[in-house]
Structures are given as C-alpha cells and as structure tokens.
Design a protein around this ligand. Structure first.
Ligand SMILES: *[C@@H]1O[C@H](CO)[C@@H](O)[C@H](O)[C@H]1NC(C)=O
Ligand SMILES: *[C@@H]1O[C@H](CO)[C@@H](O)[C@H](O)[C@H]1NC(C)=O
Length: 368
C-alpha cells in the first residue's frame, strides 16, 4: 500500500500539467512548484537578502517568530557575519550597559535579598567556538559533539556580561546562576566560569535528575519561585533565550541577550520534527524556548495539521497551507501526504473535500 501511494504521488504532476488543466483556476501541482521557488531565491539582490535576514533576526530576538518557521537557508552567511563581526558584540555591549544603568538606578534594601539572575550558556560563557567549527548552525546540530565540547570546558567568557556581572556584585546584589546544564556538569562549569573571570556567585543552580524532562521555562520558573518563597527579590535577569526570562516569578526587569543560533536544528526542514521533539531532545538541541511548551507526537501533529488544512474554505488556501508546510517541515509534509494521499490529492484535483475535513475535525478533537 505504501509503495502504491508513492507511485500515485509521482503520477500527480504529469496528470495535472495536461492541456485541459486551467492554471488560473486551480493551483499548480505541488511537486512542480518547488524548482520554480528555488529559482526566485537566486534572483534576490544582496541588499534584499540582508534586509530579509535582518528582519528574520529581529523576529527571532523579539520572540515573534512562529515556532514552525525555519531559519531561511540563505541567511547562513548573514548569521555568520553577524556573530563574527561587530553586530553580535555591539548587541551584547548594549544589553550589558543598559542592564548596568538599570541596576545602578535601583535602591537596594541592604538586607542581602536583592538578586540578579544570570543564565550561563550564551549569557556568561560563549559557545561560539563550537558553532564556528560546526557551520554556525547551518550544520545539523550534534548533541553528542556539543556535550563533548561542554565537558572540555573551553567556552570563553562573554566580556560585556562579565562587566555587568562585576557591576551588580559591587552594587551589592546577590548573584544566582540558573542554567539548563546538567548537575553532572557542575564541576566543569565552575572551572570554566572561574577561568573566564566569573567569581563569587551566591548560588549555582543546575538541572538535576528530576528536572531533566521539564521544559526550560518550567524548570527556571520553579527555581525562581523558590527564590521568592525564600524572601529574595529578583530585580534583574539576564538570558539569551526567552525561556530564561518568561514564566512565573519573573524578575522586575529582564534583559534578553542576542542569540540567533539556537534555531540551528529548526533550520533544516529534513531534520525538523517541529512540535514532536521530546523534552530531552529539546534540551540537548538547545530548542528550549523556541518551541511551544507542548510535545505532540507526529501522529497527533498530523491530525492537527489535517484539521487545520481542512478549516480553509478556499481550495487555494489549503494548497498554500500545504506548500508552507513543505517549506518549514519537509519530513512532516511528505509523511502527511503519504498518509493522507486520498484526501490531499483532492486538494489539488477537485477542490471540494468536505467529507474528509469533517472526518479530520472530529478525529483531532477526539484525540485531545
Ligand atoms: C574556561 O574559559 C577560559 C576562557 O575564558 C578558557 O581559556 C579555559 O580553557 C576554559 N576551560 C576551563 C577548564 O576552565
Ligand atoms: C519589583 O516588582 C515588585 C512587584 O511588581 C514591586 O512590588 C517592587 O516594588 C519592584 N521593585 C523595584 C525595585 O522596582
């Protein structure tokens, strides 16, 4: 049955490109659309590309980017230039100096309960050398290699963060380090923080075994809530991921450090599992905060997608939804197509699919 369906798929384009096919009324065949799309990419001017990649990066940093969108492949060298050039440094320096101005503006109580929370990776320590060796996130992320890198303890300190760190210590803040790193990595983390110039923190909180499967936002919120229960006032929080900063018991003022590289894994549609990453996978792949805090299986994701596609009344919109899926998650796109070939072929053929849609609506809600 599987092979039969595959055969059907490859049969579609030739059938549809037949003379009788009216391309003004019906969308063009799914599979033939692809090369045309690639061609337009090459026509983009450098200026246009730069603009688009800057806009994309802005959306990443502001947490506006839909978790389903992948990093545009053509922004690879843009990201590299940003990370290695003045851009990333300038952004780090600005965050640090603005945080410093805020810290100095506060009147501390002097009871030792005023706290500044720092994340570790990409906030105090930089894994940039690792990413430089691995294509700045263009290469598929290898969690085993990354762990090896962490254990080597080679991560250099982030200078602007060190400045802020010393400033808040001198102002009399308690400094709590809250990291998604594992408790097993405590000693190498201490060693590396110390070598990089970070001294005398008041707490170093890592993820122990019971925290392993918690999304970063949950883990960090729990730890912050505990601080608040203990009577601490979290006045400042520095982190490079939104999952460092959002959630419950937030600080009075959060400072988001730049980091466009966390998206590396989402970048390749062939390896993008979208919402189907498990908690552990999300952690080791640095995806915390980039995906919504739910883990859906592929099966449920498929049902949800079918449901969404069927919601569109206009056939062209259904078709567009499918094309968008192909772009952001190729693996899921083909799986969806193969598993639902009867229903999805009608999206291309005859744009009236009421029955299948009703079916999927109910299937999806049942499994909820
Ligand atoms: C930690 O960081 C520094 C640079 O800041 C680096 O030179 C050192 O090798 C790292 N490793 C350890 C184990 O501290
Ligand atoms: C921090 O936020 C809390 C809760 O909103 C508020 O009561 C407190 O005054 C704030 N502290 C400072 C120093 O702004």
């Amino acid at each position: 049955m599987f092979f039969f369906k595959l055969f059907l798929l490859s049969f579609v384009p030739s059938t549809l490109s037949h003379d009788g096919f009216n391309s003004h009324l019906l969308p063009r065949p799914l599979i033939m659309q692809y090369p045309e799309h690639t061609e337009t990419r090459f026509e983009k001017s450098n200026e246009e590309l730069e603009l688009e990649c800057t806009s994309w990066r802005f959306a990443v940093e502001t947490n506006n980017l839909s978790p389903w969108k992948t990093i545009p492949e053509e922004c690879g060298s843009y990201v590299k230039d940003y990370m290695m050039g003045r851009g990333y440094k300038a952004d780090l320096e600005r965050v640090s100096s603005e945080a410093g101005i805020y810290a100095m503006s506060l009147q501390l109580s002097g009871d030792g309960k005023d706290v500044w929370v720092f994340d570790v990776d990409e906030t105090l320590l930089s894994n940039l050398p690792y990413y430089a060796d691995h294509g700045y996130g263009l290469e598929i992320f290898n969690p085993v290699e990354f762990d090896k890198w962490v254990y080597r303890g080679m991560a250099p300190g982030i200078e602007p963060s060190l400045k802020l760190y010393e400033k808040v210590l001198n102002l009399g803040f308690k400094v709590f380090l809250l990291t998604g790193r594992s408790e097993k990595q405590r000693s190498i983390t201490i060693e590396n923080l110390t070598k990089a110039g970070f001294r005398s923190w008041d707490k170093l909180i890592l993820r122990d075994s019971e925290d392993q499967d918690k999304p970063a936002t949950v883990f960090k919120s729990e730890k912050r809530s505990k601080m608040v229960e203990e009577g601490y006032r979290i006045l400042g929080n520095s982190g490079d991921q939104w999952s460092d900063l959002s959630g419950s018991s937030p600080s009075n003022h959060s400072f988001k450090l730049p980091n466009p590289i966390g998206y590396s894994l989402l970048r390749d549609p062939r390896h993008n599992k979208g919402l189907a990453f498990t908690g552990n996978e999300r952690d080791s792949h640095y995806l915390r905060g980039l995906l919504p805090p739910v883990v859906l299986t592929h099966q449920l994701q498929e049902k949800k997608l079918m449901h969404n596609i069927c919601q569109y009344q206009v056939p062209l919109q259904r078709y567009t939804a499918l094309m968008e899926l192909q772009e952001r998650n190729e693996r899921l796109f083909y799986k969806l197509l193969i598993d639902n070939v009867d229903e999805l072929l009608t999206v291309v053929y005859t744009p009236t699919v009421g029955e299948a849609c009703q079916k999927y609506g109910s299937i999806f809600f049942q499994s909820n």
